[in-house]
Write a protein that binds this ligand. Structure first.
Ligand code: FAD
Ligand code: DHB
Length: 390
């Protein structure tokens, strides 16, 4: 089989890139080692930046997002034993940029529906997916599918296969530098069909650990609480989760929490990770394959979308004008944005989480949050990073 771009991975990065290319008549094949049902069952991110919203609109698949997504113009920060709070009106502070609450699961559903409706080739449940010869002019991806052996010959390979994927692992270690920070805590998350406690997202610094109140719709809530990495999911009933959430929240919010059965409950470890560069010959890494951010700040999915757009721009320039400059600059331009999002995610994580038992560090955190909350410059710093830097 021959194509222009072989895309490994059918998460947001792979599907957005595939659809952008398809809409411009650039032939591509998507290969994933999981089924579509499995992919749609993953519960992950929920907040889209303006730039991601723009990409989905450009793809022509925004009808449901524009109808069902919740436009947000601010979020609230809570801190200290006296539960001080401050709203960050990010739209007002960023000349009108919004955030859209629309679950990654719903976005993936829309992207898969668009992919399935067009004539582009996709392979799901593929086995032994392997990129080959990407330092040559004739790379290929091999895999097994329904008992048959396949080779997809292409001009370029896009490694959109997430943090544990095969693309980055196929690159000789000496070709890349890895920057990594693991945090000694995780997020215990619950998704439940109950109305959210607030119309807007709430970030709370609490002496016993961070709390995030988010949502997927007016009737579906997403809550997270910081837990130690020693915590085991089996030790957490949903009732224990609700009790701990209410214990940490200020009384007026705790009273408003509506509890119910969990649709999903999981513990996610927090990690910062970047590999440099993110182009290796004719293999380009895109999204979580190249970098991971801790979720504080909601950047993971948005970075995956902006990487995909950046690579698409380079491929367009090459296929439509014969100019490879955009592809040559992909790694450095994407990394510039990636590092800014890494910094913001690391900073918000360091600011809002219980880091250790040091009373001094906790005082420093509270003092910094207090300063940021009451300074227009401080609020603007948070706002412009939260909605996404240009
Ligand atoms: P992925 O979504 O991981 O997609 C990769 C695809 O590649 C998958 O379909 C996978 O099946 C496929 N694949 C993997 N290996 C292979 C292989 N060997 N061969 C072929 N295909 C392969 N971000 C936020 O902004 N907010 C959040 O609240 C948030 N919560 C998260 C919770 C969890 C548990 C996780 C894991 C991530 C979360 N993220 C969150 C991050 C966000 O979901 C990711 O940044 C986003 O999914 C990245 O998209 P991607 O397409 O790069 O990778
Ligand atoms: C979610 C929302 C956030 O604001 C964030 O930083 C991380 C995750 C969510 O809704 O899942």
């Amino acid at each position: 089989m021959k194509t222009k771009v072989a895309i490994i991975g059918s998460g947001p990065a792979g599907l957005i890139l595939g659809q952008l290319l398809h809409n411009q008549g650039i032939d591509n094949v998507v290969i994933d080692n999981k089924s579509q049902d499995y992919i749609l069952g993953r519960i992950r991110a929920g907040v889209l930046e303006q730039s991601t919203v723009n990409i989905i609109r450009e793809l022509g698949i925004s009808e449901r997002m524009d109808r069902e997504g919740l436009v947000h113009n601010g979020f609230t920060m809570i801190w200290g034993q006296d539960c001080q709070r401050q709203r960050i009106p990010f739209t007002e502070l960023t000349d009108g940029k919004i955030m859209m609450v629309y679950g990654q699961t719903e976005l993936t559903k829309d992207l898969l529906a668009a992919r399935n409706a067009c004539e582009a080739f996709s392979f799901y449940d593929a086995e032994d997916v392997t990129p080959h010869d990407f330092y040559s002019e004739s790379p290929l991806v091999s895999f097994k599918h329904q008992g048959e052996e396949y080779e997809v010959h292409c001009d370029y390979i896009a490694g959109c296969d997430g943090f544990h994927g095969v693309s980055r692992q196929s690159v000789p270690v000496k070709e890349m530098t890895v920057y990594e920070n693991a945090y000694p805590f995780g997020w215990l998350g619950v998704l439940a069909d109950v109305p959210p406690v607030s119309d807007e997202v709430v970030y709370q610094h609490h002496q016993d650990g961070y709390v995030l109140c988010s949502m997927r719709s007016p009737t579906r809530s997403r809550y997270y609480i910081q837990v130690s990495l020693d915590e085991k999911l089996e030790d957490w009933s949903v009732d224990r989760f609700w009790a701990e959430l209410k214990r940490r929240l200020p009384d007026d919010l705790a009273e408003k929490v509506v509890t119910g059965p969990a649709l999903e409950m999981s513990i996610a470890p927090l990690r910062s990770f970047v590999c440099e560069p993110i182009r290796f010959g004719n293999l380009f890494l895109v999204g979580d394959a190249a970098h991971i951010v801790p979720p504080t700040g909601a950047k993971g999915l948005n970075l995956a979308a902006s990487d995909a757009k950046e690579l698409f721009n380079g491929l367009m320039q090459f296929y439509q004008q014969g100019d490879s400059e955009g592809l040559e600059q992909y790694s450095s331009k994407a990394l510039d944005r990636i590092w800014k999002a890494e910094r913001f995610s690391w900073w918000m994580t360091s600011l809002f989480h219980k880091l250790d038992d040091s009373a001094f560090r906790q005082k420093m955190q509270l003092s910094e949050i207090h300063y940021l909350a009451h300074s227009k410059a401080g609020q603007t710093t948070i706002a412009e990073n939260f909605v996404g830097l240009d």
